[in-house]
Ligand binder design. Structure first.
Ligand code: DQA
Length: 148
């Protein structure tokens, strides 16, 4: 089983970027943690980050055929990235949307996600642990072929 973990714009700056909001773990640390968790769960975790919407879409188109699910934090593309939304939908894969911060408790524009409607679910405000929870839930659902 293979899970794609896809990070959007500016998430490469984690660890330096407003740590009071996004926490102090770097993206490399989060990815390493997920790969380790994946090994324990018997799942291959493939990670990717880009600051460019087109590159994220290319990655999804290239890899979705050989993957079973997607975990994504689209960064600010969450709020307006319609091409990314379509690519996630076209992948035909279950998608879990993750946000480090609580997008519903910040500026009003952040609470609107164009991704949410094509996602199985959203985890927001739990910091890096949100990714860990997403991987656990997605793997569990895929292994047990579960609906809710
Ligand atoms: C974010 C929230 C977005 O509003 C913001 O643009 C990000 C990160 C989060 O993880 O909390 O880049 O997706």
């Amino acid at each position: 089983m293979r899970i794609l973990v896809i990070h959007g714009p500016n998430l490469n700056l984690l660890g330096r970027r407003d740590t009071s909001i996004y926490g102090d773990k770097t993206l490399g640390e989060i990815d390493a943690l997920l790969k380790e968790q994946g090994r324990a769960l018997g799942v291959e975790v493939v990670t990717f980050q880009s600051n460019h919407e087109g590159a994220l879409i290319d990655f999804i188109q290239e890899h979705s055929g050989s993957a079973d699910g997607i975990i994504t934090n689209p960064g600010a593309l969450t709020h307006y990235g319609l091409s990314l939304r379509d690519a996630l939908l076209d992948s035909g894969l279950p998608v879990i949307e993750v946000h480090l911060s609580n997008i519903h408790g910040r500026e009003e524009w952040r609470s609107r996600s164009v991704i949410a409607a094509v996602a199985t679910g959203q985890i927001s405000g739990l910091g890096w642990r949100g990714y860990v929870a997403a991987l656990q839930v997605l793997t569990d659902r895929l292994k047990t072929d579960a609906s809710p």
